[in-house]
Write a protein that binds this ligand. Sequence first.
Ligand SMILES: [Zn+2]
Length: 94
Amino acid sequence: MVPFECRCCWHVWEEEYLVRHVEDRHGNDSEVWFAAGLRVPPPWQGAVCPQCGSQQTTTFPDGYLSRHPELFPPLGPVVPDPTPLISPVRKPAY
Ligand SMILES: [Zn+2]
């Protein structure tokens, strides 16, 4: 499971991926990502927010969400966040 966060609406969700490590004919190790049986780009290259459709998404480091369960809001109506969408620039984990 790869956790994502949308930088537009701060929606947090997870998607299930399968990662295969493959070696090309030059001996370079690379990763091939599958979601629902289909080959997809790596999640940090273009995940789309299921809530607002934005492509401004970011991923969390492995295990991050298990240490931050508060990031998963309880199910229910989404309350708009009145605070401006200003956040420190988050460095990618990769
Ligand atoms: Zn969003």
